[in-house]
Design a protein around this ligand. Structure first.
Ligand code: BG6
Length: 477
């Protein structure tokens, strides 16, 4: 299927699987104050860690103490790479220290060494919703220009330490989630920001976005100095927005809404603000702190590839008025409607493999950079049967259909894709709901929503299936 070695892998994020939230000198992060929610029940962001509340990420699936055994399983699965993140608070517990925490650095040395010894390449996200709580509370997160400096220091410490172990990096995970300012967890986890009464969320968003894009560019520049062979990418969540019909008004509604998807990658890739954004700043009279010097950094610190997640698509209709935004995933779109042609998962996420081929074409046409699918997966309820079996046919169907769509985009359309990492290769705590029962893994973890369970790992049916896909380089599909 591919000319060069293809990065078949699994994807994870430190806060969703590591646990050990206060071990090894680690400080609390923005996710450590998020309680558990459920489908339709929002996770709460508490001021600090409050007694009597359950914070599912504190223990997660305890990879911190199981990493050797888990990596053995990943090796048995045949993973060529593992995408995970470095918890910022293991390296800089409060975020504003001048020197990194040696114990935290050593933990990732151990993990990366173990991966490499098993022939698995680490692919690393620097910031996957793990900003130090102290930065969020004391500095206002990315509202504050100082946070650019804190992030650059963190990125530089990681690049220096792991320069011979990690080649593929990404700066911020799903940096564009915060375009949806209607759901507070996106601003909080992306940027450590909470909107204050009376503020215009859009204006806050663009200031925060600027500092974050600047931080990303500065990290790219620093990384390339440390090791010119680094491949440093951005990471965006890509949910294509289809027009409901061929009515030109629907088409235009889709085109305009897609600016929300393209805003961050446009800057990451091209190194300057797109015209539609500059016009919006002007039209709305936003007063943004963007200096000429910043613009030089943006231009110099462009990315090498585009990492993106793909789970679903959505639809807009020009004359729709979405009064019940709670029911719509990606609820930032006031004119979103359901797609009558496709089904959704139990968590209301539309299932659309063809949308992945469409996305790959759209991104490649626009940017002409290598693409890396760093998240794709199926969150569902799995039952452990007969003590050690999980028959997860819907997951196999979902992954298989998406991988085939990717193959078509590569083989027929000529899109340059460097890898595919299935999200939550081992069951983890769900990001949006904080649940364990929304499972993505090909490996089952015995732990429930309330934190009960043996933590034992079991291979699901999808384990053997994915192993075959990898070992045949996709030809088994
Ligand atoms: C992406 C995130 O939004 O989707 C992951 O990068 C997240 O952190 C994944 O877990 C799936 O979302 P959820 O809410 O089903 O866990």
């Amino acid at each position: 299927m591919t000319k060069k070695p293809f990065l078949w892998g699994g994807a994870l994020a430190a806060h969703q699987f590591e646990g050990g939230w206060n071990e090894g000198g680690k400080g609390p992060s923005v996710v450590d104050v998020m309680t558990a929610g459920a489908h339709g029940v929002a996770r709460q962001i508490t001021q600090d860690i409050e007694a009597g509340k359950f914070y599912p990420n504190h223990t997660a699936i305890d990879f911190y103490h199981h990493y050797k055994d888990d990596i053995k399983l990943f090796a048995e699965l045949g993973l060529k790479c593992l995408r995970t993140s470095i918890a910022w608070t293991r390296i800089f517990p409060k975020g504003d220290e001048l020197e990194p925490n040696e114990e935290g650095l050593r933990f990732y040395d151990n993990v990366f060494d173990e991966l490499i010894a098993h022939g698995i390449e680490p692919v690393i996200t620097l910031s996957h919703f793990e900003m130090p709580l102290h930065i969020a509370r004391q500095y206002g997160g990315f509202r504050n220009r100082k946070t650019v400096e804190f992030f650059e220091r963190f990125a530089t410490a990681c690049f220096e330490r792991y320069k011979n172990k990690v080649k593929y990096w990404m700066t911020f995970n799903e940096i564009n989630n915060q375009m949806d300012t209607s759901n507070p967890i996106f601003f909080w986890t992306n940027s450590g920001v909470q909107v204050k009464p009376g503020e215009n969320p859009q204006e806050v968003l663009y200031q925060v976005a600027h500092y974050e894009l600047l931080a990303s560019a500065k990290a790219v520049i620093a990384g390339k100095k440390i090791n010119p062979d680094f491949q440093i990418g951005c990471m965006v969540s890509h949910v294509p927005i289809y027009p409901y019909s061929c009515n030109p008004e629907d088409m235009m509604a889709s085109e305009i809404a897609m600016h929300q998807r393209f805003f961050f990658p446009d800057v990451h890739v091209r190194g300057y603000y797109p015209a539609y954004a500059l016009k919006e700043f002007e039209r709305e009279g936003y007063k943004l702190d963007i200096t000429d010097e910043d613009l030089v950094y943006l231009k110099k610190g462009t990315v090498d590839y585009i990492g993106f997640s793909y789970y679903m698509s959505t639809v807009v209709k020009a004359d729709a008025k979405n009064d019940n935004r709670d029911n719509i995933v990606n609820g930032a779109l006031p004119n979103a409607v359901e797609n009558p042609y496709i089904k959704s998962s139990d968590w209301g996420w539309p299932i659309d493999p063809e949308g992945l081929r469409y996305t790959l074409n759209r991104l490649y046409d626009r940017y002409q950079l290598p693409l890396f699918i760093v998240e794709n997966g199926f969150g569902a309820i799995d039952e452990l049967e007969n003590g050690n079996q999980v028959h997860d046919k819907p997951r196999i169907e979902y992954l298989g259909a998406h991988i085939k769509a990717m193959q078509t985009a590569m083989d027929y359309d000529g899109v340059d894709v460097i890898g595919y990492t299935a999200w939550g290769i081992i069951d983890v705590v769900s990001f949006t709901t904080g649940e364990m029962k929304k499972r993505y893994g090909v490996i089952y973890v015995d732990r429930d929503n309330a934190g009960n369970g043996s933590m034992k790992r079991y291979k699901k049916d999808s384990f053997e299936w994915y192993k075959q896909v990898i070992s045949t380089n996709g030809a088994s599909l």
